[in-house]
Write a protein that binds this ligand. Structure first.
Ligand SMILES: [Zn+2]
Length: 181
C-alpha cells in the first residue's frame, strides 16, 4: 500500500507543481494545474516503490516453469502467450524472457487491451522480467518470441542487456540484440 510519504521537492524527476505557472498550457491544451492530482499520485507511487521494492512483485502471478527447461519448451510458452493474445482480442504475438533455464518474464501483446502502441509482447515481457527481478539489467537472459522482434523491441532488448533473441517455431536465432537493424 502507499506509504503516504511524499519525497521532498527536487528529489525526483517530477516537475514541482509549486514552481509551475498556473496558466501554462500543455500541448494538449490542458492546464498543468489540472494535472496536479495526477502528479500527486505519481509521487505517491514513486514513494511507495522506493520504500517497498517488493510491492510490485507481490501482485504478480507466479510463473509456471516448464518441466523440461529446453529451448523448444520455452518457445512453446511464447506461443501460449500468443494464444492468450488472440483469445483476448489483441495482436497475435507472445514473448518470454529466460535466465538460467528459468522463465523470469512473460507476456502477450497488450497493445489493444492497454491502448498502448508500445506494448508489444516483447516490450511487455521485458517490463515483466524487470519488475519480477526488481532490476532493469537483464544481462544473461534470452528472449523467446513467437515472431521476429520489431526494431523497437530489439532496441529495448539491447538496452535491457538481453543476450540473445530466438524467434519462431523453428527456434531461429537473431543473435544478440542491436540498436539498429
Ligand atoms: Zn515490437
Amino acid at each position: 500500500m502507499f506509504c503516504g510519504k511524499i519525497p521532498p521537492s527536487g528529489q525526483n524527476d517530477i516537475e514541482n507543481p509549486a514552481t509551475t505557472p498556473p496558466k501554462q498550457q500543455t500541448s494538449f491544451g490542458i492546464t498543468r494545474r489540472a494535472m496536479l492530482p495526477v502528479s500527486g499520485i505519481a509521487v505517491l507511487m514513486l514513494g511507495s516503490h522506493q520504500t517497498a521494492p517488493a510491492f510490485a512483485s507481490q501482485s504478480l502471478e507466479e510463473i509456471r516453469q516448464p518441466p523440461n527447461p529446453v529451448a523448444s519448451e520455452f518457445m512453446d510458452r511464447a506461443f501460449e502467450m500468443r494464444e492468450i493474445a488472440v483469445e483476448r482480442g489483441d495482436q497475435a504475438y507472445g514473448a518470454i524472457v529466460v535466465r538460467n533455464n528459468q522463465i523470469v518474464g512473460q507476456s502477450w501483446s497488450r497493445v489493444v487491451i492497454d491502448r498502448d502502441p508500445t506494448s508489444h509482447a516483447e516490450m511487455s515481457a521485458i517490463r515483466d522480467a524487470a519488475r519480477r527481478l526488481d532490476d532493469r539489467d537483464l544481462t544473461g537472459t534470452v528472449m523467446y518470441s513467437s515472431s521476429r522482434p520489431c526494431p523497437m523491441c530489439e532496441a529495448a532488448a539491447f538496452w535491457a542487456g538481453i543476450g540473445q533473441l530466438v524467434y519462431g517455431r523453428n527456434l531461429n536465432s537473431a543473435g544478440s540484440p542491436k540498436l539498429c537493424c
